[in-house]
Design a protein around this ligand. Structure first.
Ligand SMILES: NC(=O)c1ccc[n+]([C@@H]2O[C@H](COP(=O)([O-])OP(=O)(O)OC[C@H]3O[C@@H](n4cnc5c(N)ncnc54)[C@H](OP(=O)(O)O)[C@@H]3O)[C@@H](O)[C@H]2O)c1
Length: 243
């Protein structure tokens, strides 16, 4: 089996996911570019390869069981194992998302991608992660899902606008992450949540104030943690995010 580390980044065709793939590639990793649409996936892979990254395309819609299974088959055939899974793909569901008037279908759609999508892809990849000597899972969360920050002083300004689909989907994801940490406590898989900060991407109409490269940094750090590193944590660049 190759010494080269293998990662899969979901939603890697643009935004923060693309920069996570670029950053891991710059560290010498072979990176699977998980993306659901062929032309966007091919363009990202070509751009990464032009930058010297050992990138390969992984067709992956995180809302589709058969797509996740096929992605695992592709990585198994190519590498035989997975060293880091970065569950980055996510959607906001659009807005406004006032609790009193939200369309329940929006909540279902967001949860299907941001929460169940992570469970679906993680479960498809777990057999490959178990074959790695130092497996890592990074779930791309957001401080907007932090209950402590929302209920603390300045919650309105520090955790973004009221968004009853998106923000609780990240709270849900954080809780799901801890369930994996508990189930897999007797393994060497390090599992953590990352918050990228407020990053200028399509997700927010490029209103964010950080670059995608800056947003990628914490996830890259968590994907490349040394053995014995933290697990069951929620991190941003400045340190720990309170749940
Ligand atoms: N930007 C921020 O300020 C911010 C802050 C906190 C957390 N985050 C989180 O960071 C992650 C990346 O967001 P971003 O800002 O980089 O947004 P983005 O530029 O909109 O990228 C989102 C990525 O997710 C993919 N995606 C969405 N649904 C998918 C599905 N069903 N299957 C596969 N891929 C899917 C998109 O693919 P398509 O191109 O095919 O749509 C795209 O590649 C998200 O989890 C987001 O919640 C972002």
């Amino acid at each position: 089996m190759s010494e080269t580390k293998i990662a899969l980044v979901t939603g890697a065709n643009k935004g923060i996911g693309y920069e996570i793939a670029a950053g891991l590639g710059a560290l010498g990793w072979s990176v699977g570019v998980g993306a659901r649409e062929q032309s966007r996936r091919d363009a990202a892979v070509a751009r990464l390869r032009d930058a010297g990254v050992d990138a390969f395309g992984v067709p992956l819609d995180v809302t589709d069981d058969s797509s996740a299974a096929a992605a695992a088959d592709l990585i198994a055939e190519r590498a035989g194992r997975l060293d880091a899974l970065v569950n980055n793909a996510g959607i906001t569901g659009g807005g406004p998302q006032q609790p009193s008037s939200v369309d329940a279908a929006v909540i279902r759609t967001v949860v299907e991608t941001n929460v169940i999508g992570v469970i679906r892809v993680t479960n498809a990849m777990l057999p490959l992660l178990r074959r790695s000597p130092s497996p890592r899972i990074v779930n791309m969360s957001s401080s907007v899902g932090s209950l402590a920050r929302q209920s603390g002083p300045g919650g309105e300004t520090s955790t973004g606008p009221v968004a009853v689909a998106y923000a609780p989907s990240k709270t849900f994801l954080n809780a799901v992450t801890l369930q994996y940490v508990r189930e897999l406590a007797d393994t060497n898989i390090l599992i953590n949540c990352a918050c990228p900060g407020f990053v200028a991407t399509d997700l927010n109409g490029f209103r964010g104030v950080r670059t995608p490269q800056e947003g990628a940094a914490t996830a890259i750090r968590l994907a490349t943690l040394p053995d014995g590193g933290p697990t069951g944590g929620f991190f941003e660049d400045a340190g720990v995010v309170p749940w």
